[in-house]
Design a protein around this ligand. Sequence first.
Ligand SMILES: NC(=O)C1=CN([C@@H]2O[C@H](COP(=O)(O)OP(=O)(O)OC[C@H]3O[C@@H](n4cnc5c(N)ncnc54)[C@H](O)[C@@H]3O)[C@@H](O)[C@H]2O)C=CC1
Ligand SMILES: C[N+](C)(C)CC(=O)CC(=O)[O-]
Length: 492
Amino acid sequence: MNKQVAAIIGGGVIGGGWAARFALNGWDVQIFDPDPQAERKVGEVMANARRSLPGMVDVALPTEGKLTFHDTIAGAVDGAVWVQESVPEQLAIKHTTLAEIQKACSPEAVIGSSTSGFKPSELQEGALRPEQIIVAHPFNPVYLLPLIEVVPTEANTAAFLDGADTILKAMGFYPLRVRKEIDAHIADRFLEAVWREALWLVKDGVATTEEIDNAIRYGFGIRWAQMGLFETYRVAGGEAGMKHFMAQFGPALKWPWTKLMDVPEFTDELVDLIAGQSDDQSGAYSIRELERIRDTNLVSMMRALKAQDWGAGALMNAQEKTLRAGSPLAARVDDLDDVSAPLLTVHRAVPLDWTDYNGHMNEAKYLQAFCDATDRFMEMIGCDAEYISAGGSYFTAETHIRHVNEALAGTVIDVRTQVLSGAGKKMHLFHEMYAGETLLATGEHFLLHVSLKTRRPSEPAPHVLSALERVATAHAALDAPAGMGRAVGQRP
Ligand SMILES: NC(=O)C1=CN([C@@H]2O[C@H](COP(=O)(O)OP(=O)(O)OC[C@H]3O[C@@H](n4cnc5c(N)ncnc54)[C@H](O)[C@@H]3O)[C@@H](O)[C@H]2O)C=CC1
Ligand SMILES: C[N+](C)(C)CC(=O)CC(=O)[O-]
C-alpha cells in the first residue's frame, strides 16, 4: 500500500521535528531546505526521535516512512497530502515560500505554517488559494509534544479543518483550535510574558539563568505539566476553590509584581550576561546531548501521565486504542480461523523509561513485556477486564526468563506465545521475544486460574476453558521450544 506523503519546507529545528513525527508515524517525507547541512541536521533529529518516540505508547507505530531530500519546493510538494512550512520567522520569506508551494502542490493539500507569531490572515494575504493555508504551530520537540495550535480564518472551511484535525490526531497530536486569530496565538503569549520577566530578573541581578530554571523545574513547571494554570489555581484555592483563590490573589495583579509589557533593552551587555550564565549552567553538554536528556525526561514524565490516564498521557492512551483496533493485537481466539502457530501477544517498541545504566532494556522490563504478553493472551481467551471484574482471573505461580540478546530504546519487539499445556485450572505458557528474526529472550510461565473472591484456585468459566483448550490442542503439534524447562546454570 502506498504511504501518505508529507512535504517539509524548511528542515531546521522545527521542520526536522515535523519530519520525524510524520516519518515515524508511517508517512513518506519529502524535504526541501537550501542549507547544504540540512540532510545531516535532519538525520541527527531523526536519530534522537527514533530512540524516544516509538516507545511512547505500548503498541508499535506503523513502519517508518521514507525520507527524501529535494532540490526544489515543487519536487518536495509533489503528491503531498500535508505541506508544513517551517522557514525562518519573517513574513516576506513566508509569503514567497507559500507562493512557491501553492504553484506546485495539490489544491486539496493542507498547508500548515509553523509560525510562532504571524496570524493566518497575514499568511493568506495575496495567496493563490487562501483556503488551504492554516497556522499549525507546534512545540519543540515536535516529535514528542502533542500540542498543535491550529489557527484558521474564515477562508478555511469546517470540512477542511476537520480533515486537518483528523490527520494530526492520528499522529498523536492534540490540535487546539484557536477561536480568534491573534499575534503569537495562545501559548507563545505566556511564554513571552515569562521570558520577559526572566530577562528582567537576570538584568536586575535578582537571579541567574540557572536559579530561574530551578524556580521553574522544582516548582510550578512540573505542576503545570499535569494540570495547567486554572486547574492548579482551583486546587490552590482550598475547599472554597477558584472564587477564594481569585479573592486572595486578584489584588496582587495591581501590585508591581511584574514588569508587564516593559521589555529590557537587548544590549550586547545583557545578551553576553545571559549567554555567559547559560554557558556556565549547561555548556558542559552539546545541544544534541541536552536534547537527549530532555527527551528521556519528557518520555518518562509523559508515560507516568499515561499510567494515570491524565493530560498528555490520556491522549497517548487514545492514540494507542486507535493503533490497536483492527490489528492482530485486538483479535480474540474465537475470531481466529487458525491458531496453530504461536500467537502474537506484544508488538511494541522499547520505551526510553525501560532502559538502564547499561544503555539497554533493563531485565525487570523483560518480565513486564512477558506479563503484558500473558495479559494479552488471557484477554484473547476471554479472561478480559469484564471477566476479571466478575471475579475470575489467573495468578502466576512460576516464571523462568532467559536473556539471549539485548534490546535498545526504540527497537520494535514482538512476543509470540505458545501454549505448552492448558487444561482445567492450569495454564503453561512459553513466550518468545523477537526483534525482527533475532531472538531476544524467552519467558516460561505457569499460571493457575483463581477466584478473586476466595483467592483460591478455581475452574475457569466454560468459554475461557474451551478457548484455552483449543489453542493448547493446536500447539501440541508444535516442537517443544528451545529452552523449555531449563534450570538456571544449565548449559545450552
Ligand atoms: N525553534 C522553536 O522553538 C520554534 C519555532 N517555530 C517556528 O518554526 C519556524 C522555523 O523555526 P526554526 O525551525 O526554529 O528555525 P531554524 O532556523 O532552525 O530553521 C529554519 C530552516 O529554514 C531553512 N530555510 C531558510 N530559507 C528557506 C527557504 N526559502 N525555503 C526553505 N527553507 C528555508 C533554513 O536553512 C533552516 O534550516 C519559524 O516560523 C518559527 O517561528 C515554532 C515553534 C517552536
Ligand atoms: C520561542 N518560540 C516562540 C519560538 C517558541 C515556540 O514557538 C513554541 C515552543 O516550542 O516553545
